[in-house]
Design a protein around this ligand. Structure first.
Ligand SMILES: O=c1[nH]c(=O)c2[nH]c(=O)[nH]c2[nH]1
Length: 311
């Protein structure tokens, strides 16, 4: 699905064009008065045979980016039932690759804002929503032949535990100042991206909300694995180890997923000690008072894939 590289006038040439940040809100209303709502930020990139627009001032093969933007709204209107960001990305990519002879591949990326139904006194509100924290991203890259790459992400999921974390046994040299510990805070802002193993657009399940269920089950599994059981927790010997446990849990549980990438910045909470000549113990750290910092932060990233992931 790599972009086509042409040779023009003795140069290598690659191109694509699209429309970014197409913002759309969509409401679906059930007959019983319950409303459903999504807010999407859609990016479209088309790989198409329109090279003469670059070389010969001939725009006759260009699908206008304004047309792409209008198509997003038209297709959102056509979806009479609630649809996931993944299914909407695939729907748009299918449209662009099927409708225009020039388009060889369409990449559609959708960032969904975390609007969640409001609960009032424990009761779900029919038409009230509040904004959560992390974003849900879906990306479909579809070629005319039907070959597809479909992935989803959770972006910006903030997680913190106040104990059951340590870091020992690392390389010590003349630059090392960090003391070893078996007692520290662990905080991160997780980005997880997973790829579905569907290789062709026809392999994608037609079950409504299939991808929404995978998303929320996977989110729960990542969170459960990060923290461990409510009373005991899990001891984390490093961010690396916890990350690996999380990635492994996902591939062991979800057979429709072929790979997962996790980014887990280590957001440091620095122990506070404030010695003072008159009062050496004015603030003596006892795993209680910390200085939270955003920067610098550790950056720990890894991806885990199946060796054989064909369906
Ligand atoms: O879990 C950790 N992994 C590291 O690689 C690292 N490096 C560091 O200074 N603190 C930590 N913590």
């Amino acid at each position: 699905m790599a972009e086509k590289e042409e040779v023009i006038n003795g140069f290598k040439f690659k191109q694509n064009h699209g429309k970014q940040r197409v913002r759309v809100g969509r409401v679906w209303k059930d007959s019983n008065g319950v409303h459903h709502f999504v807010e999407w930020n859609v990016g479209v990139n088309l790989f198409s045979d329109c090279i003469r627009s670059y070389t010969h001032d001939d725009n006759s093969d260009i699908v206008a980016t304004d047309t792409m933007k209008n198509t997003v709204y038209a297709k959102a209107k056509e979806c009479k039932k609630q649809i996931t960001a993944e299914d909407f990305a695939v729907l748009l990519a299918k449209h662009f690759t099927a409708y225009y002879k020039q388009v060889t591949t369409a990449i559609v990326k959708i960032v969904e804002k975390p609007w969640k139904r409001v609960y009032i006194d424990g009761q779900p509100h029919k038409h009230g929503f509040e904004l959560g924290s992390e974003k849900h991203v879906a990306e479909a890259a579809l070629s005319k032949s039907g070959a597809i790459k479909l992935s989803s992400s959770i972006e910006g999921l903030s997680l913190l535990k106040t104990t059951k974390s340590g870091f020992e046994g690392y390389v010590k040299d003349k630059y090392t100042l960090l003391p070893e510990t078996r007692e520290r805070m662990l905080a991160t802002e997780l980005t997880a991206t997973w790829r579905y193993l569907f290789q062709n657009v026809h392999d994608i399940p037609s079950t409504p909300m299939f991808f929404a269920e995978r998303y929320s089950d996977l989110r729960k599994l990542l969170v459960d694995t990060f923290f461990g059981p409510p009373d005991e927790g899990f001891y984390s010997p490093s961010v690396q180890s916890t990350l690996y446990q999380m990635a492994k849990a996902v591939l062991n549980r979800f057979h429709v997923i072929s790979s997962i990438d996790l980014k887990m910045p280590n957001l440091h909470f620095i122990p506070v000690n404030l010695p003072n000549t008159q009062n050496p113990n004015i603030v003596k750290f006892a795993d209680d008072v910390y200085l939270p910092t955003d920067e610098p932060h550790g950056s720990i990233e890894a991806s885990l894939s199946r060796l054989h992931s064909r369906m």
